[in-house]
Design a protein around this ligand. Structure first.
Ligand code: ADP
Ligand code: MG
Length: 811
């Protein structure tokens, strides 16, 4: 399929980015027709001329105008992939990388060997690849291997308006890489594509681009959208409200697809289930594709992907977009449906089949692809989505949008260091973007399940992710690129100085960065404190696709020869919510006794996984390890997971991450030797302590028990309030003197999650960065060590943030 381009390819190989040739593409007539309708096609000349004459170009246009699918084709046809370099396109979401690569291959009538994708776990890139779609995290990793990105002649950063952290950093890095390439005579282009009109963060940032890059705007045809607000805003059961509104639209309104916006996978599935029950239509079970994939993966056990291909933290934070939509009326229209009464029971109605499809980031690609196909004859399409459908994917034939107005975001609490996903209101820009999804092919309607007053209180735009999350992983990645002064990096939006300092300090404590000098002039020390170079340990850590605390555990696991166990623990810790929620309230009397039975059984299962004796001290992490081991042993089946209170999706995710962290050829089954081999448990506990050092907690001592609330409580370095071991924890009855925890979660009380016991004497040995040591001169009885000939003594030590007395250690 490559024959048509082999001739001109050679002719242009001298100057890969200034080609004067045209590579022909053999498209099918129907594809050609639909392309011609895309607004971006009218701008092809303007775009290509701007690209030819500038190193940086910004392209913005309404979602669905054809940016993602067409611009890579323009570049291909203009010969940008015919020399030594290829065309790279980054997406913040895995869904988009996969489905766009398939779409472009299809449009160009080329095989996926030529138009390929690479995401965290998988890809189909070959030596013939000319257009490569990838997640932004994948490209960042490639920069670490080859700073000049010599494989590429053009990089397109797509969906820049999403302001994902990796996208921001890539733009910063490429603003330096492109001039370097040009200087070396290996010209390169950067095209930043965005759905929003608010591109000033990129274009007006002189640190980023000294001369403003040209901005090309693509005007899309947009039909008017009538927006209908609710009179009141449901606060609790908005998924119920979404369900009822969707039913009503399906019953009462003329044909046209429905697109529903919810916040997460669980909600999507629950609403899909209810809709399918209300309007039955035969379809395959949800997990069949996952199972097929798993079975395939099982046979390929010996050829698991290697560590280097990753995109770990690019897990989408299903988040808002910053676009404004023309043509939204205010309230009211003849299609007003009115607010729903909350509890009308929907009876199954097979006479009105609804073709219900879920859509979210982690959905298997085959499932995702279904939304682009026309629904079966005689049915109405209804896509229930997270905000993947907001800008990354354009679903054809949508006439109605149902918007819950909420979005799931990761929140990070600087005090507790806890990050959590919370559902909150979206932004106005995002809500307008959602509404606009309904006016692509004809006038549309958007039903907002909140009042116009609530809408007025939404923030105008969503914030850049980088300002809302800890940045230690980014700082480590940048130091690995030898960018020591991270403060000076040309971020499109700079993270707060406070966040940068905290990150640098944590990395120094973990030993990932060289320690700054402790003596010298104050100003110089300050400066050195913010530009510590990476250490050899840091380099090892940076090669793992997990955040630095966990990367340190992996690095130590490798050193201590217990990597498979550490990988299992780390994978389980980094995947959220692996256990079924046992605290959920029961619906009815009958259900409540069943639930109690199930709780008891699952608690017993967890006790079994926690083991006995030495292994018990690894606490909740031993439970994780036991669960992972047992599940893997049982073949990681849906049945096993359901019976044992494990979330199947989470277990599959753990499995994939373990595969990725494990070099090819290693058997994924954890042999449960740990219960017998106490030494390994001690080793694991120490490794966990070394990674989570700043999450040390000490049980409240007798003399501190003035206030009864401190009973069975623990003190932590950062919180004034006590934290507790949860009743479901493996260590609830043990109450060790020192513990480390994965995170603190506030429910009825502040509970530690992922608790593991620590021996006090390990603290001064493993967490030297956090400890103060007494002067050796103060110690009473130094002695001579016969074997080394060195003078030794006992040094007193304290945990410096809190002044906790720790055992003296030999020095
Ligand atoms: P943009 O990037 O500007 O948002 P896209 O290039 O993603 O626009 O989409 C252009 C058009 O291609 C849209 O009308 C969309 O519906 C269509 N399209 C994209 N992917 C597919 C697909 N897999 N199948 C059918 N149509 C698709
Ligand atoms: Mg796009």
């Amino acid at each position: 399929e490559m024959s048509e381009e082999s001739g001109p390819a050679r002719a242009s190989s001298k100057k890969p980015s200034e080609p004067a040739i045209f590579i022909s593409v053999d498209r099918l007539p129907e594809i050609q027709d639909s392309r011609l309708r895309l607004p971006v096609l009218a701008e092809e000349q303007v775009i290509m001329e701007a690209v030819r004459e500038n190193s940086f170009v910004v392209l913005c246009g309404e979602t669905g105008s054809g940016k993602t699918t067409q611009v890579p084709q323009f570049l291909y046809e203009a010969g940008y992939a015919s020399g030594t370099g290829i065309i790279g396109v980054t997406e913040p979401r895995r869904v988009a990388a996969v489905s766009m690569s398939h779409r472009v291959a299809k449009e160009m009538n080329l095989s996926t060997r030529v138009v390929s994708y690479q995401i965290r776990y998988e890809g189909n890139v070959t030596s013939d690849t000319k257009i490569k779609f990838m997640t932004d995290g994948v490209l960042l990793k490639e920069i670490q291997k080859d700073f000049l990105l010599q494989r590429y002649s053009v990089i397109i950063i797509d969906e820049a308006h999403e302001r994902s952290v990796y996208t921001d950093i890539l733009i910063g890095l490429l603003s330096r890489i492109v001039p370097l390439r040009n200087k070396k005579g290996l010209p390169m282009k950067l095209i930043v594509m965005s759905a929003t009109l608010r591109v000033e963060d990129f274009t007006e940032n002189r640190k980023l681009f000294p001369t403003p890059p040209p901005v090309i705007k693509v005007e899309a045809r947009q039909f008017p959208v009538s927006v209908h607000f609710n009179k009141r805003t449901p606060l609790e059961d908005y998924t119920g409200e979404v369900f009822h509104k969707t039913c009503k639209i399906h019953r009462m309104l003329p044909p046209g697809g429905i697109l529903v916006f919810l916040t997460g996978q669980a909600e999507v599935h629950s609403v899909c289930r209810r809709l399918r029950r209300a309007f039955p239509f035969r379809r395959a079970t949800d997990y069949s594709d996952e199972m097929k994939k798993f079975k395939k993966a099982k046979h390929k056990r010996t050829s698991l992907p290697r560590i280097d291909l990753d995109n770990y933290s690019a897990l989408p934070v299903d988040e808002g977009d910053e676009d404004r939509l023309a043509g939204i009326d205010d309230e009211g229209s003849d299609l007003e449906l009115g607010d729903d009464a909350a509890d009308t029971e929907e009876k199954a109605d097979p006479s009105l089949p609804l073709y219900v499809l879920p859509l979210y980031s982690l959905l298997a690609p085959e499932q995702q692809a279904k939304v682009f196909q026309p629904p079966p004859h005689g049915t109405r399409l209804c896509v229930v989505a997270t905000n993947v459908a907001e800008t990354s994917l354009t679903i054809p034939g949508i006439k109605y949008v149902v918007d819950c107005g909420r979005v799931k975001k990761r929140f990070y609490d600087r005090v507790t260091g806890v990050s959590s996903f919370k559902v909150s209101w979206t932004s106005q820009a995002s809500a307008n973007q959602r509404a606009g999804r309904s006016g692509r092919t004809e006038p549309g309607h958007c039903y907002r399940l909140y009042s116009s007053a609530v809408f007025g209180d939404f923030s105008l735009f969503s914030e850049a992710e980088i300002t809302r999350r800890p940045v230690e992983d980014l700082v480590l990645q940048m130091k690995d690129l030898n960018i020591d002064k991270v403060v000076n990096f040309p971020f499109p939006t700079t993270p707060s100085a406070e966040a940068l300092v905290a990150a640098e300090q944590l990395l120094v404590s973990l030993g990932a960065l060289e320690e700054p000098p402790r003596t010298g002039r104050v100003k110089e020390m300050e400066r050195a404190r913010l530009s510590c170079p990476i250490s050899p340990l840091g380099r090892a850590m940076a090669s793992f696709p997990v955040s630095p605390r966990y990367a340190k555990m992996l690095a130590l696991g490798k050193q201590q020869d217990c990597l498979p166990y550490v990988i299992a623990v780390v994978a389980a810790m980094t995947v959220r919510e692996i256990f079924e929620d046992l605290d959920r309230p029961a619906g009815s009397e009958d259900e409540s006794s069943k639930l109690a039975q199930r709780r008891a059984r699952l608690a017993q299962m967890r006790r079994l996984w926690a083991g006995q004796g030495a292994s018990l001290l690894l606490g909740d992490l031993m439970v994780l390890l036991g669960a992972v081991g047992a599940c893997e042993f049982a073949g990681c089946t849906l049945k096993f997971c359901e019976e044992n209170g494990l979330r199947y999706k989470a277990m599959l995710e753990i499995r994939r991450l373990r595969g990725q962290l494990t070099n090819a050829g290693v058997d994924l089954r954890v042999k449960c030797l740990l219960t017998e081999v106490g030494v390994q448990v001690v080793c694991l506990r120490q490794i966990v302590l070394a990674g989570l050092g700043d999450h040390l907690a000490r049980r409240v001592q007798q003399e501190e028990l003035l206030d009864p609330k401190w009973r069975n409580g623990y003190k932590t370095p950062l919180l004034d309030e006590p934290v507790y071991i949860h009743p479901s924890s493996a260590l609830f009855k043990t109450l060790p003197q020192f513990v480390v925890y994965q995170e603190v979660l506030e429910t009825t009380k502040m509970y530690m999650r992922g608790v593991s016991a620590v021996e006090p004497e390990w603290v001064p040995q493993l967490l030297t960065q956090y400890c103060h040591f007494g002067s050796p001169l103060e110690t009473p009885s130094p002695w001579l060590c016969a074997s080394t000939g060195r003078v030794k003594c006992h040094c007193t030590s304290t945990f410096f943030r809190c002044g906790w007395q720790l055992p003296a250690i030999e020095m």
